[in-house]
Ligand binder design. Structure first.
Ligand code: HEM
Length: 149
């Protein structure tokens, strides 16, 4: 029963995360006035929740004895590829995360943020979205034993 709930939450993270990163990209390309920034931050919040949900439920599934057991995943090349892709997303996320923290802090103090870097952040965001899609394929292969040593 716990395995089913955690599995559902892992898939739910995808249902939250993919639209959120897409909408964050759209917001980055639209005018970043007050309403635009509100849309950007709303999408960014959901993207953050999805990332946390992925990590917690993923770790539970892999190492909490809920699915095929720790040895299966540690011995799976597909699992390590999936982790490498996830780590790559986290590294790419450093720049947008720091930038948005700055924009949010500035706004709270009544300062309009300098959004001149939005175009570059859009590109980073787009790469992150592609990596999530790729991870879904790697996950499906991993779950079916591809790349097992
Ligand atoms: C962007 C992040 C992630 C995405 C898009 C994602 C996607 C998926 C999908 C679609 C499945 C279902 C595969 C299937 O049954 O066909 C899955 C399963 C799984 N994921 Fe993730 N995942 C992510 C992050 C993580 C993380 C961070 C971990 C571990 C730390 C993890 C561990 C697992 C495990 C253990 C399974 C179960 C595989 C099985 O049934 O044997 N995932 N993931």
């Amino acid at each position: 029963m716990i395995a089913a709930v955690v599995s559902a939450l892992h898939v739910l993270a995808l249902a939250l995360g993919l639209p959120a990163v897409y909408l964050r990209g759209r917001a980055l390309r639209a005018p970043l006035d007050g309403a635009g920034l509100a849309r950007l931050f709303a999408a960014d919040n959901v993207w953050g929740v999805a990332a946390a949900l992925w990590l917690v439920t993923g770790l539970l599934r892999a190492f909490g004895g809920l699915e095929k057991g720790t040895a299966f995943y540690l011995g799976s090349r597909a699992f390590w590829l999936k982790m490498a892709l996830f780590a790559f997303i986290l590294v790419l996320e450093i720049r947008p995360m720091m930038t948005f923290i700055g924009w949010r802090a500035g706004l709270r103090r009544g300062r309009a943020p300098d959004t001149s870097g939005a175009r570059r952040l859009f590109l980073v965001n787009h790469i992150e979205m592609g990596l999530v899609v790729l991870m879904v394929f790697v996950a499906a292969f991993m779950a079916r034993g591809f790349g097992a040593r």
